[in-house]
Design a protein around this ligand. Structure first.
Ligand code: MN
Length: 423
């Protein structure tokens, strides 16, 4: 067992019972304050541990990571060091924060230097993302979309049960929490028998997803085996993959998504390590037909992660519109990474792999407005009485997620994005 995951550990820092960030989590992110430039931090309770100052104080010497790695504007230099080292750092920080440890706790000056209140911090995009890939791995989502747009009797295309379908997205427009998006403009074709139109997107949607961030993979030409795939994953975050459904419908033939998807995707600022998710492993749904050998894995490769999506109208209150779970995914992320590299594609440190929209089996667990409002035919009523088929200007969309067992809650915090009117 990973030492830092021990459910009986407690910290000398006061942590609320329902906190996403107990001592068993210790996720990594990039933050700044009024007096501190961007740096690597770890969330614990409602505080942030400053790893740059921690290293400067000599408290991370045993990990052999120099402090400038933690003074970086992105997590990439840290992730470049590989899993063994990032694990060592998380384990060492776990030691320092334990109730019985006095290396920081007993020293007021040091304590002030290495701890910041979350409320004083600005969170930044944690990773300089090299390449972004988005999968389409929820069977329920693919079935719903196929039913709406093609044929309920053949909702899944013939390749879907054989291939973890995906496409290459755009990394430059990935943002983090509290960064607003502007409603995209583009071509649409609202009526089949009339010419296309141009203007602001009218069918703006979220996609409830998660993503994993990679370490360096293998050299070009080599493949990652499905059972070693997790060795190449640093951690996971929440991921809201914004979509313009009207633009998508007109443009996607024959090469797939383009401007409907590349205007923004929002990732949460804290990356929860694969180590911290270890206690929440679960089975992937049964796969039939049997996948090709390179996709056959052993053990439990999925994770039980509760996911929620909220819409908050301008000056209004939050409305939970979807409750899903990462465990619904038909293709797990080890299969995704094995498939991604089976042709010899080289995975790089800081690549982001989106899961695809995660819909569950029941209508209240669908992961997009497209499905929740069933293509606009079943509007959702919010607590202020207003209706939503798709998203309106001024709406804030909030994604949250957490794992919970009898003893520990390990959460991801949230990613919050406001929609501004088209330019
Ligand atoms: Mn997507």
């Amino acid at each position: 067992m990973i030492e830092a995951n021990n459910p009986s550990l407690t910290s000398w820092i006061k942590i609320e019972e329902n906190s996403d960030f107990p001592i068993q989590n210790l996720p990594f992110g990039i933050y700044s304050t009024k007096n501190k430039s961007k740096r690597v931090g770890i969330a614990i309770g409602n505080q942030i541990i400053d790893l740059y100052e921690l290293a400067n104080a000599g408290l991370l010497d045993s990990t052999e990571v120099s402090s400038d790695v933690f003074g970086s504007e992105f997590l990439n230099p840290f992730m470049e060091l590989g899993k063994e080292t990032t694990r060592k750092v998380r384990n060492r920080v776990s030691q320092l924060m334990r109730a019985s440890n006095t290396e920081i706790k007993g020293h007021d000056g040091l304590k002030k230097k290495v701890l910041d209140n979350e409320s004083d911090a600005t969170m930044h995009l944690p990773v300089k993302i090299g390449d972004y890939t988005d999968f389409y791995s929820s069977k329920e989502h693919a079935t719903n979309v196929g039913t709406m747009f093609r044929d309920p009797d053949n909702a899944l295309l013939p390749n879907w049960l054989y291939i973890p379908v995906g496409y290459h997205g755009r990394a430059s427009s990935i943002i983090t929490t509290e960064q607003a998006i502007v409603r995209p403009k583009g071509q649409q074709k609202p009526k089949d028998d009339e010419p296309p139109t141009f203007g602001p997107c009218k069918l703006l949607d979220f996609e409830l997803e998660m993503a994993f961030i990679t370490y360096n993979g293998k050299p070009l030409g080599e493949s990652i085996d499905v059972d070693e795939a997790e060795d190449f994953m640093f951690g996971m975050c929440l991921f809201n993959d914004w979509s313009a459904r009207d633009i998508q419908k007109w443009e996607y033939v024959p090469l797939g998504p383009f401007l409907a998807k590349n205007f923004a995707s929002s990732m949460s600022p804290w990356i929860v390590t694969m180590d911290a998710l270890e206690p929440f492993r679960c089975e992937t749904p049964a796969q039939n037909p049997k996948p090709f050998e390179y996709l056959q894995y052993s053990g439990k490769k999925s994770f039980d992660i509760k996911l929620e999506m909220y819409i908050q109208p301008e000056n209004g209150e939050e409305n939970c519109v979807s409750k899903s779970n990462y465990k619904h995914m038909y293709w797990n992320q080890s299969q995704q990474l094995a498939h991604h590299s089976v042709n010899g594609c080289n995975i790089m440190c800081g690549d982001l792999m989106g899961s695809g929209t995660i819909s569950g089996p029941t209508p209240d667990s669908y992961g997009s407005m497209l499905e929740l409002s069933w293509k606009g035919t079943k509007p959702i009523t919010l607590s202020d009485g207003s209706e939503r088929k798709f998203l309106l200007d001024g709406d804030t969309v909030i994604e949250r997620g957490y794992c919970q067992n009898e003893s520990v809650r390990v959460g991801f915090g949230e990613v919050r994005t406001k929609i501004l009117p088209a330019n």
